[in-house]
Design a binder for this molecule. Structure first.
Ligand code: XMP
Length: 327
């Protein structure tokens, strides 16, 4: 299964019926591959790993061990939703690791963007490997590899982000049930597997999470300002019918302060930058223009509800020249 290729004549999965047929076929293949052995999965809560988890829970139930690592850089409510959906509703065997302190302690004082990314990626592998070692009898590693990942790694655009990374002594056989699917197909399959819409239609979220939206050295208070303002933005986009329509939207809290005034007293706080963009391939992006009413409302909510923010700015820069993320 790990070496499957997408057949040239495969019909694009766009309907519940096609998704059901794919799921049936995969469940059978998964049971044949895994037998009575155990499978390990790093479950981030993103679309691909969530769909893989839902599929494996159906195929092999308690033989699946999901590990959800909270690196402290997740969006508000995300770890809670993973626990609610997978442990409480789907009855999965889920190990939840709150590694927030470990990550934030390692990142303290680190300003260089690439070093921050390396620390987050390296620490993630370490935490995951530690949890894997605590489990007996794991023979398989499940991954949310999708077809564009395979194509891009074959074309040399980017290294295949999954497989690599685990220590030498931890080589498992791979299980990749959505490997031949495009992203839109993964979503249709996820919906058929009963995952909630806000998981299935989730906007892209970088691996280093809110860490790249807290430019420079991450501090807990500024990270909290990013998390709270992001939650307000997502809530308002959902209320205003923009969820699922705008490709990606988020807030950034840069590491500088400016003077303001609140209740007759001087403040010296951070600005919050709002970025909302549309794209098809993420190589070029355009800016989503919001209504004046929505802008006013967002500004009011963010300055009154998020501690440490006294100014809201909008980033109206396309890519190129600006990248989507700030680091
Ligand atoms: P940039 O900033 O390069 O972002 O214009 C393009 C898209 O990629 C996402 N992104 C990442 N996704 N790991 C990911 O999984 C990462 O390290 C990462 N960095 C950027 C970004 O959110 C945008 O959708």
């Amino acid at each position: 299964m790990a070496n499957d290729r997408r057949p040239d004549d495969m019909v694009r999965i766009t309907t519940p019926e096609l998704a059901d047929a794919f799921i049936e076929e995969q469940l059978e293949a998964l049971r044949a591959q895994i037998g009575d052995k155990k499978v390990l999965l790093a479950l981030s809560g993103g679309v691909d790993s969530s769909v893989v988890a839902a599929m494996l829970i159906k195929a092999v139930g308690q033989q699946l061990v999901c590990v959800h690592v909270n690196h402290g850089l997740l969006r508000k409510g995300e770890p809670e939703q993973v626990i609610e959906v997978f442990r409480n509703q789907m009855k999965a065997n889920l190990v939840y690791v709150d590694a927030t302190d470990r990550f934030l302690d390692k990142l303290a004082g680190v300003t260089d963007p690439e070093t921050k990314r390396k620390i987050i990626g390296g620490e993630f592998i370490e935490v995951f490997a530690e949890e894997a070692r605590k489990q007996d009898g794991i023979e398989f590693l499940a991954q949310g590899t999708i077809w564009p990942d395979i194509l891009e790694s074959e074309q040399g655009i980017k290294a295949h982000h999954n497989a690599g990374g685990l220590p030498e002594d931890m080589q498992f056989e791979l299980v990749e049930p959505v490997r031949i699917l495009f992203k839109d197909e993964v979503r249709v399959v996820g919906k058929q597997l009963g995952l909630p819409d806000n998981m299935v239609y989730r906007q892209p979220f970088p691996g280093p999470g809110l860490g790249v939206r807290c430019p420079g050295a991450i501090t807990r208070d500024r990270l909290e300002a990013v998390r709270e303002s992001d939650a307000i933005l997502r809530e308002e986009f959902a209320r205003n019918g923009l969820e699922g329509k705008v490709w990606q939207y988020f807030t950034v809290v840069p590491d500088f302060k400016s003077t303001g005034v609140k209740d007759g007293k001087r403040t010296f706080d951070w600005p919050c930058i709002i970025r909302a963009i549309n794209t098809t391939d993420v190589m070029e992006v355009t800016v989503e223009h919001l209504s004046d009413e929505l802008i006013d409302h967002l500004v009011q909510r963010i300055i009154s509800e998020v501690p440490g923010i006294n100014r809201v700015l909008f980033d109206y820069t396309p890519k190129p020249p600006a990248t989507v993320e700030y680091e």
